[in-house]
Design a protein around this ligand. Structure first.
Ligand SMILES: Nc1ncnc2c1ncn2[C@@H]1O[C@H](COP(=O)(O)OP(=O)(O)O)[C@@H](O)[C@H]1O
Ligand SMILES: C[C@@](O)(CCOP(=O)(O)O)CC(=O)O
Ligand SMILES: [Mg+2]
Length: 364
């Protein structure tokens, strides 16, 4: 039996980083996906290992089930229907398994993703042998939420074949997830994100699970409905960075300058709420759209200024901002910053393709 799941990446229109500290943020799913396939061997295959193939980075790993049983302390005591955090003891055990893979320096960033895989897999399926294959259309570590898309697609695939959930494969082998199953996928994905990001807000896994556009604050999700056409150009600076280090950097700055940073986070909260109000208000005519776009552009610039204040901008991001400004276009970073991707609002007066915000959740 093989199951395949996919989950989308995202852009953050306003509020990244501040959302970790309780501010509102606005995010939309994009139509670039991470795909996970999960297959259990038949007795005939005579295969007694858990295998992970990461196609994007051309790597494959295999753990004999005997090794998993020997190293992981809590195997078999967890339940797929109640997501739980990885204990310190299991974190250490997983770290030792990942260390033994001897990843080269250039691929050390993958260690956190592999750890998340081991945690999610063994929590939901114990030491059962399987082969998991991951591929993605998303650039990894670039602010488009590849870590969350991986955790969501993985959780969805794992839960699909979990005995404790007993999901039906209905019409032509497609599974439909109801709200409670989506909630479970999201909760497990959040646990995976924790292994990758350290202190995620949960916005990335939530928008990847539920799709469309969302407002997110302190773990609370609000779906956003809009009929405003919104086009964003996504530019990848191709400067690699690590979300968990950037998130930790902002927290350190907040610890050093508590009152000033609280004001910064509050200002971001106001910006995100204004973005939501503009996007949700009815569109009457072209003039109204132009007016809204101008306001959105200004809010994006203000948000970018505050992200710079948090210390997460980068020379290459500033270079894109300067270039687009020549054409009177507003640009801000998206995701953790420090390089990665930036968003430029493409007003309707310009036309062109851009990357339209798509309305797509994960499907399996
Ligand atoms: N398709 C994938 N294959 C392997 N690892 C992945 C994949 N997608 C995500 N990851 C993991 O997620 C990490 C990137 O997450 P992160 O730094 O949060 O950036 P982002 O989520 O913006 O892409 C990678 O270093 C890796 O550990
Ligand atoms: C910086 C942050 O707001 C978004 C990180 O997104 P990404 O991993 O860079 O795609 C962190 C979070 O909300 O968990
Ligand atoms: Mg991420």
């Amino acid at each position: 039996m093989e199951v395949r799941a996919r989950a989308p990446g995202k852009i953050i229109l306003a509020g990244e980083h501040a959302v970790v500290h309780g501010s509102t943020a606005v995010s939309a799913a994009i139509d670039l996906y991470t795909y996970v396939s999960l297959r259990f061997p038949t007795p005939h295959d005579n295969d007694d290992a858990l295998k992970l193939q990461l196609k994007d980075v051309d790597l494959e790993f295999s753990w004999p089930v005997g090794k998993l049983k020997e190293v992981l302390p809590e195997l078999g005591i967890k339940s797929a229907s109640s997501p739980s955090s990885c204990s310190l003891e299991t974190t250490k055990a997983i770290a030792s398994l990942v260390e033994e893979l001897n990843l080269v320096d250039a691929k050390l960033g993958l260690a956190s993703g592999i750890s998340a895989f081991l945690w999610l897999y063994t929590s939901i399926h114990g030491e059962k042998p399987a082969k998991v294959v991951v591929t993605s259309e998303l650039p990894l570590g670039s602010g488009l939420g590849s870590s969350a898309a991986l955790c969501v697609a993985l959780s969805a695939a794992l839960l699909s074949l979990s005995d404790s959930l007993k999901l039906d494969f209905g019409h032509q082998g497609w599974q439909t997830f109801g709200d409670s199953e989506l909630d479970l996928v999201n909760k497990w994905a959040f646990e995976g994100e924790k292994m990758i990001h350290g202190r995620p807000s949960g916005i990335d896994n939530t928008v990847s699970t539920f799709g469309n556009m969302i407002k997110f604050r302190s773990g609370e999700l609000t779906h956003i409905k809009t009929n405003m056409p919104l086009k964003m150009l996504v530019t990848n600076t191709k400067v690699g960075r690590n979300t968990s280090a950037l998130v930790a950097g902002v927290s350190e700055r907040a610890a050093r300058h508590g009152s000033a940073m609280a004001s910064v986070f509050k200002a971001v909260d106001s910006i995100s709420n204004e973005v939501v109000a503009i996007i949700q208000s009815p569109v009457s005519d072209d003039l109204a759209i132009t007016e809204k776009e101008e306001k959105l552009g200004e809010l994006m610039e203000m948000n970018q200024g505050l992200l710079q204040c948090m210390g997460v901008s980068h020379g290459t991001i500033e270079a894109v901002i300067k270039t687009t400004l020549k054409y009177k276009l507003a640009t801000k970073l998206t995701g953790a910053g420090g390089g990665g991707c930036v968003l430029t609002l493409l007003p309707t007066r310009i036309g062109g393709r851009g990357m339209e915000i798509s309305f797509s959740g994960f499907s399996s």
